[in-house]
Design a protein around this ligand. Structure first.
Ligand SMILES: [Zn+2]
Length: 472
C-alpha cells in the first residue's frame, strides 16, 4: 500500500520530459510510481487531481519567513500559495530556527543570513577574518550562506568583493540586494554588483527592483539588467511577479519613518506626510497588512484606514510600485542559447501577501509569454538546480515527493505536498514544523537541536553557469 496517490492530474515535469495525465504514487516521502493509471493500487490517502495540473513543488527563490513584526505567518502563507521549498533571504537564522515549533507549516526552508552592521557584523567594514567567521558560523548553524543588504545597509565595494571571494572559497551561497556606498538599489548598483563578483558565483536579488525607472525609464533599465545577466553567466538571478512592494507605513512627526515609504507616496501622487498617507490608504493606493491570527491579510480602503488609525499608524503595508513593463520583460527574457536570463521566479513574499508565483506566472502562460513547461521550470526546476537539490524540481521515480497541485481555472494552488505529506489541501493547512535545507557543515548542529534537515550539494558555480534547457 502506498502512502499517497495523486490521481488523474495532468503532470507537467519539464526535467523528466513528462506532460500528460498520470497517477503519482508516493511512499516514504518519495515518488515511487508514475503511470498512466494506478487504478488497481491502494493508498492510505488519495488526492483526486482530475482536471488539475500536477507539477514539481514550487521553489520560491526569495522570501522572508522570519517572525515579522506584525505577524509570524509567512510559512503558512507560502504553503497556501503552493510553495514547498523557499530560500529565505536575510534570516535572522536563529530566529527562524527558534520559531519552527510555532510557525512551521511543513515546508522546506533554506536560509541566507544577513551580513549586516550591528546585527551580525561589528561594522560596515568587517575585515577578512570577521567575514570568514560570520560565514563559517552561519554554515555551521544551518544557513547556506550570506546576503549583502546593499539597498538598506550599503557597504564599500571592496568589502562586498571580499564577501563574494570568501563565499567562493567556502563553496557557499552569496546573495546581494544590489546597492553600495556609491550607488543605490538601482540599475547602477546592479551593474556594480555583477562586476564586483568578478566571475565568482553571485545571487543578484530581485532584479525587478532595479528596473523601477529610478535612473532611466523602466524598460531601458530592464534591457540593461538582462544584458548584464547575459554578460555575467556566473550571476544567478530571480525577479518577482507582484506589483506590490512591502514597507512600513508609520508616521512620526508628520513624516514617514521609512525613506522607501516617502518615495512611494510621491510616486502615488501623494505628499510624504500624514495627510498624504491618509489619502493614499483611503484611495487604495496603499494597502495595509492585518494579522488575522492565521495569515497576514492585505486590506484596502476603509478597512485599511481603520486599522492604520487604530494602530497609531504603526503598521506595514504595500504600494503597487513594481512596473508591469519591467516585470514582464524580465520574466520572459532569454539568453542566446534559449535559457532564461533571469533564472527563477520569486516573490520577496512569505510574510508579505504577494506569494503569487501561481497566479501571476500562469497569467504569463495565458498571455503567451511563457509556455507551461517554461513556467514550471522557472517555478521549480531552476531553483532546485541552483540550490543543489538533485531530488527536487522534478517528479521522476525516487524524487522527493514535493508536489504542487494547481487548479488551472482559478489559477491557485489546490494542494501543497512536501516529502509526501499534504501540508495544504483546498485552502486548509495541515502541516507542521520545518525542514531546513542546510549545507553539509550544518547538519550536525541542526540534528542535535532536533531540527529536521535536508543536506544540499555543495554550491557548484560552474554547473549553475552552464544552465539547462528543460527537456520535453
Ligand atoms: Zn527580500
Amino acid at each position: 500500500m502506498f502512502d499517497l496517490i495523486v490521481r488523474g492530474g495532468r503532470v507537467i515535469d519539464p526535467v523528466s520530459g513528462v506532460d500528460g495525465v498520470r497517477d503519482i504514487a508516493v511512499s516514504d516521502g518519495k515518488v515511487c510510481e508514475l503511470a498512466e493509471s494506478l487504478e488497481t493500487c491502494v493508498a492510505k490517502d488519495v488526492i483526486d487531481a482530475t482536471g488539475q495540473w500536477v507539477i514539481p513543488g514550487i521553489i520560491d527563490m526569495h522570501t522572508h519567513v522570519r517572525t515579522h513584526p506584525g505577524h509570524p505567518h509567512a510559512q503558512r502563507m507560502l504553503a497556501l500559495a503552493g510553495v514547498t521549498t523557499t530560500l529565505d533571504m536575510a534570516g535572522p537564522l536563529q530566529q527562524i530556527l527558534d520559531s519552527i515549533p510555532t510557525s512551521g507549516s511543513g515546508i522546506n526552508v533554506a536560509v541566507v543570513e544577513a551580513a549586516r552592521e550591528g546585527l551580525t557584523l561589528t561594522s560596515a567594514r568587517p575585515d577578512a577574518a570577521e567575514r570568514r567567521a560570520l560565514l563559517e558560523r552561519t554554515l555551521e548553524e544551518g544557513g547556506i550562506g550570506l546576503k549583502l543588504l546593499g539597498g538598506h545597509f550599503p557597504m564599500d565595494l571592496d568589502v562586498a568583493a571580499g564577501f563574494i571571494e570568501e563565499a567562493a572559497r567556502a563553496n557557499a551561497w552569496i546573495a546581494w540586494h544590489a546597492g553600495n556606498t556609491v550607488h543605490g538599489s538601482d540599475i547602477e548598483g546592479m551593474r556594480d554588483a555583477v562586476e564586483c563578483a568578478d566571475g565568482h558565483f553571485l545571487h543578484c536579488a530581485h532584479i525587478n527592483s532595479y528596473c523601477r525607472g529610478k535612473i532611466r525609464n523602466e524598460l531601458d533599465e530592464a534591457l540593461e539588467a538582462v544584458a548584464l545577466l547575459k554578460a555575467h553567466p556566473n550571476v544567478f538571478a530571480e525577479s518577482y511577479l507582484s506589483p506590490l512592494n512591502g514597507t512600513r507605513l508609520n508616521i512620526v512627526d508628520d513624516r514617514p519613518t521609512s525613506s522607501v515609504t516617502a518615495s512611494c507616496l510621491k510616486k502615488m501622487g501623494c505628499t510624504p506626510d500624514r495627510a498624504g498617507m491618509l489619502e493614499a490608504i483611503a484611495s487604495s493606493r496603499a494597502g495595509v497588512l492585518i494579522d488575522d491570527g492565521m495569515i497576514g491579510r492585505l486590506t484596502w480602503g476603509e478597512e485599511a484606514l481603520g486599522h492604520w488609525l487604530d494602530r497609531g499608524t504603526d503598521v506595514t503595508g504595500c504600494f503597487a510600485v513594481n512596473p508591469a513593463v519591467s516585470r514582464f520583460y524580465l520574466a520572459q527574457a532569454k539568453r542566446d542559447d534559449g535559457t532564461f536570463a533571469v533564472d527563477a521566479f520569486s516573490t520577496d513574499g512569505g510574510s508579505y501577501p504577494r506569494n503569487v508565483i501561481v497566479e501571476n506566472g500562469l497569467l504569463l502562460v495565458e498571455f503567451g509569454a511563457l509556455t507551461l513547461k517554461e513556467f514550471v521550470w522557472k517555478a521549480s526546476g531552476a531553483g532546485a538546480r541552483a540550490l543543489g537539490l538533485a531530488s527536487k524540481g522534478h517528479l521522476a521515480v525516487t524524487a522527493d515527493a514535493d508536489i504542487t497541485v494547481i487548479d488551472p481555472v482559478r489559477r491557485r494552488a489546490r494542494a501543497t505536498i512536501v516529502g509526501g505529506r499534504t501540508v495544504m489541501l483546498d485552502g486548509v493547512l495541515k502541516g507542521r514544523g520545518t525542514t531546513i535545507i542546510c549545507d553539509a557543515r550544518g547538519e550536525a548542529k541542526l540534528k542535535k537541536r532536533g531540527i529536521a534537515c535536508c543536506v544540499k550539494a555543495p554550491l557548484d558555480a560552474a554547473e549553475i553557469a552552464r544552465r539547462m534547457l528543460p527537456a520535453g
